[in-house]
Design a protein around this ligand. Structure first.
Ligand SMILES: C[S@@+](CC[C@H](N)C(=O)[O-])C[C@H]1O[C@@H](n2cnc3c(N)ncnc32)[C@H](O)[C@@H]1O
Length: 224
């Protein structure tokens, strides 16, 4: 089912994404409902096909950056998917990781990895629950990208994090410029500090094809 990066086609928004999950289909999504539909059909093969074949290293980079800037748990993994970023956080000793995602099917796979304290099916745009109180930190890998979540996903994350908490969010580099992320961070000037953006590869050296050299910005900040 998966197409290696080298063979990815440009997807039309009209094609049946549920039957044909791929990176281009993901980039062509338009609504949260589209995400649910696409990821329902992608969940079972996401790790073994997409992540493995594409040499998808972004979740590792987000987790490493979070730890490097002094982040610690409890931490919320936003758009946790199948749990790749949570797994990378746990490997670095972070504890009390909760996962949230709009796709119940992706979270079902994440749960099998036994690393999340809790998982919750939530649409980020409707706000994020904090049943244990605000989080000490938050991460997000691969969710702020074309066809998924734009700058309006930043405030709900900030609202779920306590004062002093650290946040690392990857934003696809082209999406960052096109969707106006600079404006949202300017608006939040008094609510965040230590804002940095660090460019990172999304895919590792064995990736090939149109997207192989795509990058993301690791946007890191502290809630004031
Ligand atoms: C490319 S996957 C990334 C998953 C994981 N973080 C990773 O790096 O492998 C994007 C994830 O964002 C989720 N997503 C998309 N829109 C969302 C929304 N509005 N609220 C919450 N999750 C959303 C999708 O269901 C999907 O699991």
């Amino acid at each position: 089912m998966h197409k290696p990066l080298a063979k990815l086609n440009t997807a039309s928004p009209n094609r049946d994404m549920a039957k044909d999950p791929s990176l281009d289909a993901a980039y062509a999504l338009e609504t949260p409902e589209d995400s649910k539909q696409l990821y329902a059909s992608w969940a079972d093969s996401y790790d073994s096909d997409f992540a493995r074949i594409s040499d998808y290293i972004l979740p590792e980079a987000v987790a490493r950056h979070f730890v490097n800037i002094g982040g610690f748990g409890p931490v919320l993994d936003v758009g946790a998917g199948t749990g790749l970023c949570g797994t990378a956080l746990r490997a670095r000793g972070i504890e009390d990781i909760d996962g949230t995602d709009i796709s119940a099917d992706m979270l079902k796979v994440a749960k099998t990895k036994g690393i999340y304290r809790t998982t919750r099916v939530e649409n980020l745009f409707d706000g994020l629950a904090t049943p244990h109180g605000p989080y000490q930190g938050a991460v997000s890998s691969g969710t702020f990208t074309n066809g998924h979540v734009g700058p309006n996903g930043i405030k709900p994350i900030l609202a779920a994090v306590r004062s002093g908490g650290r946040v690392v969010i990857s934003v696809n580099t082209k999406h960052y410029a096109a969707a106006g992320f600079e404006d949202i961070f300017a608006q939040l000037e008094t609510e965040i500090d230590d804002l940095t953006t660090t460019e990172a590869a999304i895919y590792g050296p064995s990736a090939s094809g149109d997207h192989a050299k795509d990058t993301a910005l690791l946007v890191a900040f502290r809630r004031t």
